[in-house]
Ligand binder design. Structure first.
Ligand code: 5AD
Length: 486
């Protein structure tokens, strides 16, 4: 019987990416995935500490594992991710049933550490940042099995000092991956079936690599030291099979004219950017140490918007930061309208240890935070709806990812598949009876309806290249007819 692992992921895309790499490292050592925690020999809780709620959830999750460990003393329990990095030894004191505490830079050591635990080693904490020789674990895709849309890490850590944010503490200073390694990983993924890549980094567009040639054009007045636009050009040039390229999340400070030009010139670059603003009030932006003003954000957002007539932006916003007045919040709503974000993530400010803002009085009452968040979401919903409505009647290019999550068929027995436009809108497509749209296909779709957060379309035509694959059996199973569902 092979040993079985279970990785439970909290938090951001970076964490999901780390979880995938841990699973691959374990599989390479003969482990296989457990279907249920009762059959697991190893449980890893990959944690998030960006907001207090996430951290509380994790603490109760760890507590629940104590009884499992009591029943199965051979079970190895590990905590990884940002809470592991942040708390280190303290986690072992909080939960003596834990065996391993592993920071984000130590996940490659997981199989060896688990091996030692199974031989009876004492509990270990490994949370050293890999400053001298930063390591980036690459995906190990099986031929034909890589996800249609994959994440590729290009940098880690963060040199910003936003006063609300714990990430510089949990992920350390910025370290960049070499552009050669990035291109190699993308090439391997594309060979294995990936068609879209999202480059991942805490401030993804601060990228630098001395091996890259400098800006391909004379630097514009606003050009900064970042070589991110050059990285985008390199990827587009070297990997012809890549259909779409995205990145998350950029910092407005490195959102330069050169980046906007890259958007205008690189055909595979998505017509959408998620550009976190956090607040629309200069006073609050200053207290957040975001290092840009409202006017500077608007200038940079407009640079991106001017790259294509159908370019869209989304954002992150924190409400109820210490000292935020009604007028500050109104300025945020006003900015959301002015930029016309098509969607956004909104968060109530949550005081985090080790952050500069933890010394400020968290003075906005909880109900005020809730009210502001509700108003923000109401505005965002209206803007999403208005945007999606403008797409009805148009033809969109959709990269098909797989079975529709709506998991429904029409009364006619048509099957729905799902994909995304270049602006990231989800489109459900009715599959014609006589043809199969496989994941990885690029479909031209006439949009016939806007749902609350997605679009419904009818296939006009599609292209499939030789390396696209058929639906996996488990995806096909989800096509059970559900009469009456839309
Ligand atoms: N409180 C609330 N939201 C936060 N974020 C980061 N730190 C905090 C905090 N202390 C939000 C920001 C960031 C997103 C990933 O999480 O909006 O962009």
């Amino acid at each position: 019987m092979p040993l079985r692992y279970l990785v439970h992921t909290f938090g951001c895309q970076m964490n999901a990416h780390d979880s995938d790499r841990m699973a691959e490292a374990l599989k390479a050592h003969g482990w296989s995935a457990a279907r249920h925690r009762d059959e697991a020999d190893l449980i890893v809780i990959n944690t998030c500490s960006v907001r207090e709620k996430a951290e509380q959830k994790l603490r109760s999750e760890i507590g629940r594992l104590a009884s499992l460990k009591a029943r199965n003393p051979g079970l190895v329990l590990a905590v990884s991710g940002c809470v592991a990095q942040q708390e280190g030894e303290k986690l072992l004191a909080f939960a003596p049933h834990l065996d391993l505490v592993i920071g984000p830079d130590n996940i490659a050591e997981l199989p060896a550490l688990v091996f030692d635990q199974r031989l009876g080693a004492p509990a270990r904490v490994r949370t050293a940042f890999d400053m001298d020789a930063p390591r980036f674990l690459a995906a190990i895709p099986s031929p034909g099995k890589a996800p249609v849309s994959a994440f590729v890490t290009t940098m880690k850590g963060c040199d910003e000092r936003c006063s609300f944010c714990i990430v510089p503490h949990t992920r350390g200073p910025e370290r960049y991956r070499s552009s050669r390694e990035i291109v190699d990983e993308i090439a391997r993924l594309v060979d294995s079936g990936t068609r879209e890549v999202t480059l991942l980094g805490q401030t993804v567009n601060s990228f630098r690599d001395s091996a890259l040639e400098g800006p391909s054009r004379p630097p514009a007045a606003d050009c900064d030291e970042s070589q991110f636009p050059e990285l985008l050009r390199l990827i587009a040039r070297h990997i012809p099979g890549l259909k779409r390229l995205r990145y998350a999340s950029p910092h407005p400070r490195h959102t330069s004219q050169a980046l906007a030009r890259a958007h205008a010139e690189i055909s595979i670059l998505a017509h959408h950017v998620h550009l976190p603003v956090q607040s629309g009030s200069d006073r609050i932006l200053k207290r957040m140490i975001r290092r840009y003003s409202r006017a500077e954000y608007i200038t940079r957002a407009r640079l991106l918007l001017s790259a294509h007539s159908d370019m869209t932006l989304s954002t992150d916003i924190i409400v109820g930061f210490p000292g935020e007045t009604n007028a500050d919040f109104e300025a945020t709503l006003d900015l959301v309208r002015e930029i016309g974000f098509v969607s956004l993530f909104g968060f109530k400010y949550s005081r985090r240890p080790f952050t500069p803002a933890s010394r400020l009085h968290d003075d906005v009452p909880e109900e005020t935070k809730s009210e502001r968040l509700a108003r923000l979401f109401e505005l965002a919903e209206a803007q999403t709806q208005a945007h999606l409505a403008t797409l009805v009647g148009t033809t969109q290019t959709v990269l098909v990812e797989g079975a529709s999550k709506a998991s429904a068929t029409r009364d006619s027995g048509e099957v729905l598949v799902e994909g995304r436009t270049g602006r990231n809108e989800i489109v459900h497509i009715a599959q014609p009876n006589d043809r199969t749209i496989v994941p990885g296909a690029v479909a031209e779709v006439e949009i016939v309806r806007a749902n609350k957060h997605s679009l419904v379309g009818v296939l006009e035509r599609f292209q499939v290249d030789a390396s696209s694959r058929r639906l996996e059996p488990e995806q096909q199973r989800r096509f059970l007819p559900i009469l009456g569902a839309s």
